[in-house]
Design a protein around this ligand. Structure first.
Ligand SMILES: [Zn+2]
Length: 92
């Protein structure tokens, strides 16, 4: 598998938007360092580079996830479940 170190301008813009949406925290553990933009449905399975199909993960969880599709609850504060605005973490 290949993780692209640079996917171009569109990917960078998506990441910037999603970092704000996710409050600069990993969607799984809340880490604030080494954040990466991740496909919810992997590109290898037809996932697209869209807000609906991307989430912010730390490097650890991005690597751990690989090409598996996470259970929905792992991504449940993805913007696709919160289409109306900023994402709130549970309990916050
Ligand atoms: Zn994490």
């Amino acid at each position: 598998m290949s993780k692209h170190s640079s996917r171009g301008k569109k990917w960078d813009e998506l990441k910037a938007i999603q970092l704000a949406n996710y409050d600069y925290q990993c969607a799984t553990c809340g880490a604030t360092e080494n954040l990466q933009l991740d496909h919810i449905i992997p590109a290898s399975l037809g996932g697209e580079d869209t807000l609906e199909n991307t989430q912010i993960l730390c490097a650890y969880h991005n690597n751990k996830k690989n090409n598996r599709i996470e259970p929905e609850e792992k991504s449940y504060w993805s913007p696709r479940w919160f289409p109306d605005g900023p994402v709130k973490r549970p309990g916050s």
